[in-house]
Design a protein around this ligand. Structure first.
Ligand SMILES: [Zn+2]
Ligand SMILES: [Zn+2]
Length: 152
């Protein structure tokens, strides 16, 4: 199972992704690079609308369709993880594009990557007891974050 390997330097990873996109004859525009940088650098699991709002600050002519297209491309080359949300749009992790558990606040919709030291063990146990070779997984926890608990 991919564990993401060693954390790559952000610039190095950006260069690799740009090379992959060029290999697919994708046009690399400054807008597209800006969109990539936001997705790759964000720990906050943004949605398309959030990234759109950020890009527009520097590139006012960017269209929402361009953000969607970029997400689609990143998904195709396996450089972004889509987190399906029951209510509202999908959220994305371009920082850690491989499967990993998420912790989702049902109030403010904050999504974080929980620290789970036992997770590798859990995966190994599932593989061992079932005989399956695990290639992927999807595990989300839902709850009320500490900030929202204080507001209640
Ligand atoms: Zn919350
Ligand atoms: Zn994540």
């Amino acid at each position: 199972m991919p564990d993401g390997g060693p954390v790559k330097e952000p610039q190095q990873r950006l260069d690799q992704i740009l090379a992959k996109l060029r290999a697919r004859s994708c046009r690399i525009t400054p807008q597209r690079v800006a969109i990539l940088k936001i997705f790759l650098g964000s720990q906050e699991h943004p949605g398309v609308e959030q990234v759109y709002a950020q890009v527009k600050a520097n590139f006012p002519t960017t269209s929402l369709a361009t953000v969607y297209k970029t997400v689609h491309l990143l998904k195709e080359i396996g450089e972004i993880l889509e987190i399906g949300c029951a209510d509202g749009g999908n959220r994305y992790d371009g920082n850690k594009p491989y499967p990993h558990p998420h912790l989702i606040c049902t109030d403010c919709k904050t999504i974080i990557d929980p620290e789970l030291h036992l997770f590798e063990q859990l995966t190994a146990e599932v593989a061992k007891t079932s005989g399956y070779r695990i290639v992927s997984h999807q595990l989300d926890f839902f709850g009320i974050c500490p900030a929202c608990q204080k507001k209640q």
